[in-house]
Write a protein that binds this ligand. Structure first.
Ligand code: PBG
Ligand code: ZN
Length: 327
């Protein structure tokens, strides 16, 4: 008989554990989401997301400086416009809220990477991610008319200074439409981070409070993916890669670590995981009750995303995590 195997030999000292550690989590992996609203010196905490605020542009700029000083390389901007309509005018208007925010941040903190979420749901009166026939109350999003609006939106965002375009509406052909729009407008060098595998998830609930973007009727199941499907995610990424995506996102993250893994195995592109609002709120709620150790739980979860294959992590915990990683 051989002697019993003793994996614990390599766990007996902190330095040894450090030497055999397989993954690392660094501040470079993090992307911090911000919500821009009209107004001045305005900050309103999102009820369901303690520590997350809707911010006027001057406050967004302050946050951007702080994020940059913490060593976080990028933010992703969402906008809540003053007015919403059927054409999502606020999404593609050259002076839309996100366009203004992107310009202001790039002016104040030029080295911070500004990613902009490209979708219509924050800007449509009905709250869907695409175009509906006027008067439609069934929520049947029309794919190809939506592409035209997304193209306009992406171009105006690039004009405003966005460094990366991140389309999140799960329309068929959206990467190709946006790529051609950007190229025609002279933005060949602006990359696309596609929300390639985005599921119809209840974990987006708190975000919809933050972005005031809950659909007024119907739901998003005709465009976002069925949580029961895994192989279909590979179909989605195959299409997005063919259409010219530069990076791929899986969303949500926690209940979809198998998808992060499968996507990473299937592609040589960078993969991002979106640790979404509901995942943040659950941790916050438990932490505020004193039921869990927030720092340990968050760092363990983020490491889990790295181990699953994520190269980048969008998380509302990014600033906290950056501080904890320094400390
Ligand atoms: C917009 C969008 C959503 C999120 C990011 N972009 C919400 C949705 O699809 O309803 C969710 C992010 C989060 O929950 O943190 N299409
Ligand atoms: Zn949307």
């Amino acid at each position: 008989m051989f002697p019993i195997q003793r994996p614990r030999r390599l766990r007996n000292h902190p330095q040894l554990r450090r030497m055999v550690r397989e993954n690392i989590l660094t501040t470079s992996d993090l992307i911090y989401p911000l919500f821009a609203v009209p107004g001045e010196s305005f900050a309103k905490e999102v009820k369901s997301m303690p520590g997350v605020y809707q911010l006027s542009i001057d406050k967004i700029v302050e946050e951007a400086k702080e994020v940059y000083d913490l060593g976080i390389p990028a933010i992703i901007l969402f906008g809540i416009p003053a007015d919403k309509d059927n054409d999502a005018t606020g999404a593609w208007h050259d002076h839309g809220i996100v366009q203004q925010a992107a310009t202001a941040v790039k002016e104040a903190v030029p080295d911070l990477v500004v990613i902009v979420d490209t979708c219509l749901c924050e800007y449509t009166a009905h709250g869907h991610c695409g175009y509906l026939q006027t008067g439609d109350l069934t929520g049947r999003v029309l794919n190809d008319p939506t592409l035209e609006l997304l193209k306009k939106t992406a171009v105006s965002q690039a004009k405003a200074g966005a460094d990366i375009i991140a389309p999140s509406g799960m329309m068929d052909g959206f990467v190709q439409a946006i790529r051609s729009g950007l190229d025609e407008a002279g933005f060949e060098d602006i990359p696309i981070l596609s929300y390639a595998a985005k599921y119809a998830s209840a974990y987006y609930g708190p975000f919809r409070d933050a972005a005031e973007s809950a659909p007024q009727f119907g739901d998003r199941r005709t465009y976002q993916m069925d949580p029961a499907n895994g192989t279909e995610a590979l179909k989605e990424i195959e299409l997005d890669i063919a259409e010219g995506a530069d990076m791929l996102m899986v969303k949500p993250a926690l209940a979809y670590m198998d998808i992060i893994w499968r996507v990473k195995q299937a592609t040589n592109l960078p993969v991002a995981a979106y640790n979404v609002s509901g995942e943040y709120s659950m941790v916050k709620a438990a932490a505020l009750n004193g039921w869990i150790d927030e720092q340990k739980v968050v760092l363990e979860t983020l490491m889990g995303f790295k181990r699953s294959g994520a190269d980048l992590i969008l998380t509302y915990h990014a600033k906290d995590a950056a501080r904890w990683l320094q400390g």
